[in-house]
Write a protein of this length. Structure first.
Length: 165
């Protein structure tokens, strides 16, 4: 099986869905954010604060390059698609699945979450404009789009498996 990459905005459910999907397919599970934290030895907030977003993106692209290309489900950070090289790599080496959720739903899910540096200040405005700018990029990168609205994690996992067959 070619690697499966889950893409989508922060709070779309990539991490939870990817874990269950990997379990269902009995393949390994990876999360690029987790790999970045391991590689840098500090939290994402700390990387953004001390090195800045550009350095975070460098590490993110390097981590993506090291991911297995077979028998793996890989959850990615919401901004991984911004770099053209990352889009190209995911699209050419695996199946890319976009988890779509509406911005209103996402904002509700992320209420009170302090782990995402891009949403710390001017939360609403920043999130909305990022969302609008990234939506077409997710769609252009994905082989499959799954609407997550009012679906449980297991329903989403089933839908992914059906849509890949
Ligand atoms: C980011 C999304 C985050 C994380 C970082 C930047 C983004 O991952 O990589 O805070 O630019 O959208 P999640 O999508 O897992 O929250």
């Amino acid at each position: 099986m070619k690697a499966i990459y889950l893409i989508g905005f922060m709070g779309a459910g990539k991490t939870s869905v990817s874990r269950k999907l990997a379990e269902a397919l009995t393949v390994s599970h990876y999360d690029t954010d987790h790999e970045i934290v391991e590689a840098a030895g500090k939290s994402i907030n700390d990387i953004f604060a001390s090195e800045g977003e550009a350095e975070f993106r460098e590490i993110e692209s390097a981590v993506l390059k090291r991911m297995p290309q077979h028998d793996a489900v890989i959850a990615t950070g919401g901004g991984i698609v911004v770099a053209e090289e990352n889009r190209r790599q995911m699209k050419s080496t695996g199946t890319v699945i976009f988890l779509y959720a509406e911005i209103g739903e996402i904002l509700q899910r992320l209420e009170g979450d302090n782990s995402r540096p891009l949403l710390q200040e001017k939360k609403l405005e920043a999130a909305q404009s990022l969302y609008i700018s990234r939506l077409p990029i997710y769609r252009q990168t994905a082989h499959i789009e799954i609407d997550t609205a009012s679906k449980s994690i297991s329903e989403i996992v089933k839908e992914i498996i059906v849509s890949m067959n």
